[in-house]
Design a binder for this molecule. Structure first.
Ligand SMILES: Nc1ncnc2c1ncn2[C@@H]1O[C@H](COP(=O)(O)OP(=O)(O)OP(=O)(O)O)[C@@H](O)[C@H]1O
Ligand SMILES: *[C@@H]1O[C@H](CO)[C@@H](O)[C@H](O)[C@H]1NC(C)=O
Ligand SMILES: *[C@@H]1O[C@H](CO)[C@@H](O)[C@H](O)[C@H]1NC(C)=O
Ligand SMILES: *[C@@H]1O[C@H](CO)[C@@H](O)[C@H](O)[C@H]1NC(C)=O
Ligand SMILES: *[C@@H]1O[C@H](CO)[C@@H](O)[C@H](O)[C@H]1NC(C)=O
Ligand SMILES: *[C@@H]1O[C@H](CO)[C@@H](O)[C@H](O)[C@H]1NC(C)=O
Ligand SMILES: *[C@@H]1O[C@H](CO)[C@@H](O)[C@H](O)[C@H]1NC(C)=O
Ligand SMILES: *[C@@H]1O[C@H](CO)[C@@H](O)[C@H](O)[C@H]1NC(C)=O
Ligand SMILES: *[C@@H]1O[C@H](CO)[C@@H](O)[C@H](O)[C@H]1NC(C)=O
Ligand SMILES: *[C@@H]1O[C@H](CO)[C@@H](O)[C@H](O)[C@H]1NC(C)=O
Ligand SMILES: [Mg+2]
Length: 696
């Protein structure tokens, strides 16, 4: 009798897997095939590279990439509805833009759809969105490999693996590590960018899920996580299985190199050596290729240019629209600017930034020296709204602003004419890249302090002293220009309208520069005077310390300038942070005030920052003004003021933010919005908040 049963079961076990539609698969590298024959379904920005590596995201902000096995798999026994055992092994890597910062993460997912419609990037990992997070009708199960500590979701650190059930708050999570054969636990850093192998094994009888990670081909003897869970209630009968990855303001390239999956069995481990190699960090030395192609292209271009020239000469007059004519005297003709800049010749180039190039020019008649900023912008609407405001922007006058003299529009280009600042931008005096060191003069402390006071008063003027509130949105060292007397003058004001229009009209972009972006800005998408104050604080610290707000050449503890200054300030060792190239020649009291103001202004909670009026008062100080101690972030972040937290701050692997953990689980964004915290304006209805989420 028992013999018969055994035989029967054996037969069954041989027959059944073959009868069920699919019991496993294996990808050793991935193949793109032709357009539709790829045997893995991709969406978002996921792509299969020539090497056979599957790249889920690259190092651009706020991306989502998904890769799913194309067919549904039967995850439950149709008779009794119990979830089957399954097992999977996959090899992945996350190569971040800034090694010590990481940039969101990757997750193994079992989900009802391959698209995960409506999911958000950043801390949502491309799995869920703010409105469905935590809802048990999602039927989403994930194992996350997260490189950013997100307080909203109670992340334990910025290098963890967690089990997520319909939520991004993990049911269990732990720092990434593996057990050696000697039983010792070894830490692994996902952010180091090496290929790792992970195993996810579910025992449908014992109802336990194990997760194991290792940098090697063989499976460690002990799993990293072992979590009792009955997947029967979470999964549908048939589900898709795959991966999701996302980037936020900070980003990583997330790669998948191989993937084995087995239902009702044990997936084979991957031999990491037989998988495609990770792309090498890009090296820039294709000079001779460029030389060759340049020659041939040049000949071609010469022919085309000759042919097109006549046509354009007639067709390409400046675009003048009736409403522009009402704008007054500020309009320049294109030919005037062209001859001023000697045909926008490269030798006249002063520099280039996010929107285009800046040329030096001499106006034909007045012989006045100007800087011409050539903005190429895809959004006609953006340019239109901007030009509509130029009339009023042109009226802004302050001795610490770079005067806008006028503009010119020509097809998709907008040319902005500013006073020429002979000493260029502040960044060139503060940060010495090795080549420029000998040629630059050092700014003395007195000069630096005067520049800061100048910029502060210009910003106060924009915020409070003019008829409208003007938010600058892009305060940073390269937008502070120095005139002949080394006075600081703020440039690029009033460009906010252009920033608001991205290439895609359906998105509202928060543009700014990493390190100057206030945390609540990335959350609400709405720039405020207080987010300008944040950037001003970052600028002040930069000037004091002579280094960038985020400097990936610095040691990990010094990477984020504001954290480092905080740490030194609170331990009373603030003299450590003062730019060493000043050689100790500075006014202690002024430096102390500057550091205080810098810390106060770049406080993570908007409510704790001073206004520009207060900042100016502190800086102009004199003996009568008492500069308060900067409120320390842990204290400042109690209660409501936490509402401004977002992934950007969460990404700081910093001591000062780590201390927040106990009190810093933020309300969900909807709660924050409806409770009316922070500066969320009338735009903060759900559509807007979703847009800003997606595109910040
Ligand atoms: N009025 C000016 N006089 C002299 N040099 C200028 C002037 N305006 C800009 N520059 C130079 O041109 C460079 C590029 O300026 P641009 O504003 O395009 O870029 P950015 O300030 O680095 O970034 P962003 O696009 O965010 O403003 C600046 O770094 C500065 O050195
Ligand atoms: C996918 O296709 C490649 C070649 O086209 C093949 O080697 C691989 O086994 C296929 N994988 C699956 C899971 O179908
Ligand atoms: C791929 O599939 C789409 C529709 O699914 C079809 O329109 C397209 O022609 C296909 N391309 C090729 C190369 O087969
Ligand atoms: C990353 O991918 C996006 C979308 O595919 C693309 O627009 C962007 O240029 C890429 N960025 C880099 C740095 O390759
Ligand atoms: C499904 O469950 C039934 C009843 O528990 C059992 O007899 C059957 O073998 C199971 N099928 C599979 C494929 O495990
Ligand atoms: C959130 O995702 C769900 C699908 O999971 C979608 O139906 C819903 O519209 C999304 N919500 C938002 C605000 O995008
Ligand atoms: C969960 O999602 C379902 C369907 O999307 C919806 O009907 C339900 O109201 C949601 N529950 C909560 C608590 O949001
Ligand atoms: C996982 O956590 C959620 C709360 O986030 C809880 O409702 C659920 O019961 C947990 N599931 C398991 C299996 O522990
Ligand atoms: C491993 O990581 C944990 C948590 O991050 C840490 O407490 C521990 O000191 C680390 N161990 C080693 C050997 O680095
Ligand atoms: C999970 O790990 C435990 C040890 O922690 C082991 O006893 C069990 O067999 C493992 N289960 C699976 C499905 O790998
Ligand atoms: Mg600029």
């Amino acid at each position: 009798m028992p013999k018969n049963i055994t035989f029967f079961l054996l037969l069954l076990s041989l027959v059944l897997p073959a009868a069920s539609q699919q019991d496993g698969f294996s990808y050793i590298g991935f193949s793109r095939g032709d357009a539709n024959s790829s045997n893995i379904s991709l969406n978002g920005v996921a792509e299969i590279e020539d090497s056979g590596i599957l790249r889920l995201t690259n190092e651009t902000s706020r991306l989502i990439g998904h890769a799913f096995y194309p067919d549904r798999l039967q995850f439950k026994n149709a008779t009794d509805g119990a979830a089957f055992s399954f097992s999977t092994a996959f090899a992945f890597a996350a190569v971040p833009e800034y090694t010590t910062l990481g940039g969101h993460g990757l997750a193994f997912v079992i989900a009802p759809s391959k698209e995960l419609q409506g999911a958000l990037p950043s801390q949502y990992l491309g799995l869920l969105n703010a409105s469905d997070v935590g809802n048990f009708s999602n039927h989403v199960f994930a194992v996350e490999f997260d490189t950013v500590q997100d307080f909203e979701f109670g992340d334990i650190n910025d290098n963890h693996v967690g089990i997520d059930i319909n939520n991004l708050v993990s049911n269990i999570s732990t720092a990434v590590a593996y057990y050696g054969n000697d039983g010792k636990k070894n830490n692994i850093s996902i952010k180091a960018g090496h290929t790792l192998q992970a195993w996810v094994d579910y025992d449908g009888v014992g109802k336990v899920l194990n997760v194991t990670v290792s940098p090697f081909s063989s499976k460690p003897p002990r799993p990293l996580l072992s979590f009792p869970v009955d997947l029967s209630t979470i999964l549908h009968d048939q589900m898709f299985v795959g991966f999701s990855a996302s980037t936020g303001l900070l980003s990583s390239s997330h790669y998948l190199l191989g993937w084995n999956f087995k239902m009702n069995g044990i997936a084979r481990s991957l031999d990491l050596a037989s998988l495609p190699a990770l792309p090498q960090p890009k090296k820039k030395d294709p000079t001779f290729v460029i030389a060759i192609s340049a020659t041939s292209v040049a000949v071609l271009i010469a022919i085309i240019v000759a042919a097109v020239y006549l046509f354009y000469k007639i067709k390409n007059a400046d675009v003048i629209e009736p409403w522009e004519l009402e704008m007054g005297p500020h309009r320049f003709s294109y030919s005037e600017l062209k001859s001023a800049t000697k045909g926008f010749r490269d030798r006249e180039l002063l520099g280039f930034g996010g929107f285009g190039k800046v040329y030096k020019g001499t106006l034909p008649v007045s012989r006045a020296e100007v800087a011409v900023k050539r903005v190429s912008h895809e959004s006609r609407q953006g340019i239109r709204e901007f030009v509509a405001e130029i009339g009023s922007i042109g009226q802004l006058r302050h001795r610490n602003l770079v005067q806008l003299q006028g503009w010119c529009r020509r097809r998709a280009d907008l040319l902005l004419v500013y006073d020429y600042m002979p000493n260029g931008s502040l960044d060139k005096f503060l940060f010495f890249d090795d080549e420029s060191r000998p040629s630059k003069t050092l700014l003395l402390w007195a000069q630096r302090f005067r520049i800061l006071r100048g910029v502060a008063s210009a910003l106060l003027y924009l915020h409070e002293e003019w008829e409208h509130v003007v938010i600058h949105r892009d305060i940073k060292a390269s937008n502070v220009l120095l005139d002949a007397d080394l006075n600081g003058r703020l440039g690029d004001f009033g460009l906010a309208k252009l920033y608001e229009h991205g290439a895609n009209p359906s998105t509202t972009r928060v543009v700014g520069t990493l390190g100057y972006l206030a945390p609540e800005l990335t959350r609400t998408g709405k720039a405020t005077t207080s987010s300008d104050v944040f950037a001003f604080g970052a600028l002040v610290l930069e000037v004091v310390c002579g280094r960038r707000p985020i400097d990936h050449k610095a040691t990990p503890e010094e990477l984020i300038l504001v954290d480092w200054v905080w740490e030194r300030w609170s331990s009373g060792r603030w003299t450590d942070v003062v730019d060493p190239s000043l050689g100790g020649n500075y006014d202690r009291e002024e430096v102390e005030v500057a550091i205080k103001v810098g810390l106060m202004c770049s406080h993570p909670a908007a409510a704790a920052r001073p206004t520009m009026r207060e900042a100016v008062r502190y800086l102009d100080g004199g003996d009568a003004v008492e500069v308060p101690e900067p409120p320390s972030p842990p204290m400042g972040l109690e209660g409501n003021s936490q509402a401004g937290f977002d992934d950007f701050v969460h990404s700081y692997p910093s001591s000062s933010f780590d201390k927040l953990s106990p009190c810093s689980i933020t309300p969900t964004r909807d709660a924050a919005v409806s409770a009316g915290h922070g500066k969320v304006g009338p735009l903060a209805h759900s559509t807007f908040s979703r847009l800003s989420r997606v595109s910040v």
